[in-house]
Design a binder for this molecule. Structure first.
Ligand code: CA
Ligand code: CA
Length: 136
């Protein structure tokens, strides 16, 4: 783990302790990027529609997409998993890969995206996204 991520994790842990949260893993819905609606530097941003920024989900870390929902001017109950068309990798350090796990074969299909700050179509895994991983 690099220094920046480590510092962030420690800060998040400290916040949870302060809030009185005891034990257990951080819930899957905890990763909300930097908490700002804009897709900012360091974030991994998913988009529900081409050429639109309203429906978005932004991450800071590697994550499974199950349990996460879209933001669309407010929280929604619409699941992100199998429902994204584009991704923007604004990670400061590395590529991100986005994968679809085939229920039939158990085999992952991955697509790799450079941290070029640009918005990319998910291509063959459009509306099939199950997970993304950074620095792999
Ligand atoms: Ca953000
Ligand atoms: Ca899938």
């Amino acid at each position: 783990m690099n220094v920046r991520r480590w510092v962030s994790a420690v800060a998040a842990g400290a916040a949870l302790v302060t809030a009185g949260v005891v034990g257990g893993a951080v819930p899957a819905s905890a990763d909300n990027g930097d908490g700002d609606v804009n897709c900012n530097l360091g974030e991994i941003c998913f988009w529900r529609y081409s050429n639109a920024v309203l429906w978005t989900k932004q991450f800071w870390y590697t994550a499974d997409h199950g349990g996460y929902t879209w933001w669309a001017g407010g929280a929604t109950n619409v699941r992100v998993q199998d429902d994204a068309v584009d991704v923007t990798n604004r990670d400061t350090q590395c590529n991100v890969r986005v994968g679809d796990l085939s229920a039939a074969t158990g085999i992952w299909t991955w697509r790799y995206f450079p941290n070029d700050q640009l918005r990319h179509e998910l291509g063959v895994i459009r509306n099939a996204n199950d997970r993304h991983e950074r620095c792999v």
